[in-house]
Write a protein that binds this ligand. Structure first.
Ligand code: SF4
Length: 432
């Protein structure tokens, strides 16, 4: 099923139509988020309540990390009838007790729901409540869903943070104004932003999620928050329910996005243009220079995005405006218009946007356009490569440090590298 729905582009120069598709899709489920979430909140544990398929997904996505002291696991719930539900709850409690006995370092435990019907029948929020009552104050037990029926890829992070938001301590109406950066960032990127924001002159800056569950940031009516990731719609609502206010901004990808993102924070706190300029000029100049070498490679190359991570629109904006790439189609699993308003306004007029997926139809469009590079999930990349198209795995864009000035060139390189590899291959084939 497809429908074309016009949306308003803030620039006023174009109404970008959105092709909405609801068919078969090729996207990871929200369990994948555990791979980066467990690295971020270092005393948390993620217990997937699921099937062998879920265990397999999480282990293969985590790759070699499974051999390290793991902070995620799967409690496998086998098929059972309704009468077996009480047993399933007891079994889950037993697994949790055993885990917490063995791992006294765990301070926060997430029960992560999945799709098998046996799991859907279990009330994980009641289980989390029951287990929290048993283990508080040592361990807080929360739950969210990473099910492929309800979530795609990055929505797992959104669901996790939305579950955590009500647990944040309350900041009072008389507490000083503070800034909360929301969304998982690699520690090195977080440190860079913390330094820059301090140099700009922002008062108290905190990050959510924190690195430790013992350092949950307080939130209240004087909290302004800035999203670092575009896929945090439920988290935004949960923080707004706590009285916090979102600062609208483009996302910090590339020099332009990073500058606009930092500037939105500076403006929200009444910091003048001179102070902002002094704090950011050097990093901005360095990043602009470092992008030049990739521009030569990427200029005028045509790119097609399959929907995957919800990073597609900010990345398309960066690639078209700072590197001169041509956008053939920008697909996103879900288009959150409010959170992406500033990004949409920066896309070139006439950009072809699609939301959701009907994979066969989208593959036909992609083949017909024969773009220079295709951004897609792992499942589509190999067949497309075999057909002679150059691909980039969307998952790498989520796993790599790509935000901010210092990473702008690395982000461009992630797109330049497959093109260089393809050019080399074509040269070698021509020589043989
Ligand atoms: Fe488990 Fe469902 Fe994800 Fe498959 S799609 S791994 S069954 S949660």
């Amino acid at each position: 099923m497809s429908a074309v729905i016009p949306i308003l582009n803030d620039s006023g120069c174009a109404d970008l139509p959105v092709l909405r598709e609801r068919g078969q899709r090729e996207v990871f489920c929200g369990l994948t988020g555990i791979i980066w979430l467990h690295r971020k909140i270092q005393d948390a544990f993620f217990l997937v309540v699921g099937s062998r398929t879920c265990a397999h997904l999480i282990q293969s996505a985590a790759g070699v990390m499974i051999f390290a002291e793991p902070r995620f696991a799967t409690a496998i719930i086998d098929e059972r009838d309704l009468a077996g539900l009480a047993d399933a709850n007891e079994e889950l409690d037993r697994v949790v007790r055993r885990l917490l006995e063995r791992r006294p370092d765990i301070r926060m435990l997430f029960l992560v729901g999945s799709c098998p019907s046996e799991v859907i029948k279990l009330d994980l929020s009641r289980a989390a409540q029951r287990l929290s009552n048993e283990f508080l104050p040592q361990v807080r037990v929360l739950n969210y869903s990473g099910s492929g029926i309800e979530t795609t890829f990055t929505q797992g992070e959104d669901a996790c943070l939305a579950a955590l938001a009500p647990q944040l301590p309350a900041a009072g109406a008389n507490d000083p104004a503070s800034l909360l950066i929301v969304g998982c960032l690699p520690d090195v990127v977080e440190d860079q932003f913390a330094r820059l924001l301090a140099e700009i002159g922002l008062p108290q800056v905190r990050f959510f999620p924190p690195r430790s569950s013992r350092a949950l940031p307080p939130v209240g009516p004087n909290t302004r928050f800035l999203l670092a990731q575009p896929f945090l719609g439920d988290t935004t609502r949960a923080l707004e329910l706590r009285g916090a206010h979102r600062i609208a901004a483009p996302f910090p990808f590339g020099v332009e996005g990073t500058t606009a993102w930092l500037k939105a924070a500076a403006d929200a706190f009444g910091i003048g243009a001179d102070a902002f300029e002094r704090a950011t000029a050097a990093a901005r100049e360095r990043a602009t220079k470092s992008l030049q070498r990739h521009r030569a490679q990427l200029q005028d190359k045509r790119i097609f995005f399959f929907p995957d991570s919800q990073l597609e629109i900010p990345l398309a904006r960066f690639l078209s405006r700072e590197l001169g790439m041509q956008l053939e189609e920008v697909g996103t699993p879900y288009l959150h218009r409010e959170l992406l308003r500033q990004e949409l306004a920066l896309l070139p007029p006439g950009t072809s946007l699609s939301e959701g997926q009907d994979v066969e139809k989208q593959l036909d469009r992609c083949r017909a356009l024969a773009p220079d590079i295709v951004v897609c999930g792992l499942g589509l990349a190999n067949p497309l490569e075999a057909e002679g198209l150059t691909t980039k795995w969307a998952i790498e864009l989520v796993f790599s440090p790509v935000h901010g000035y210092e990473q702008a060139a690395d982000l461009a390189e992630l797109f330049a590298r497959p093109l260089l590899r393809r050019a080399k291959l074509t040269r070698e084939l021509a020589c043989n």
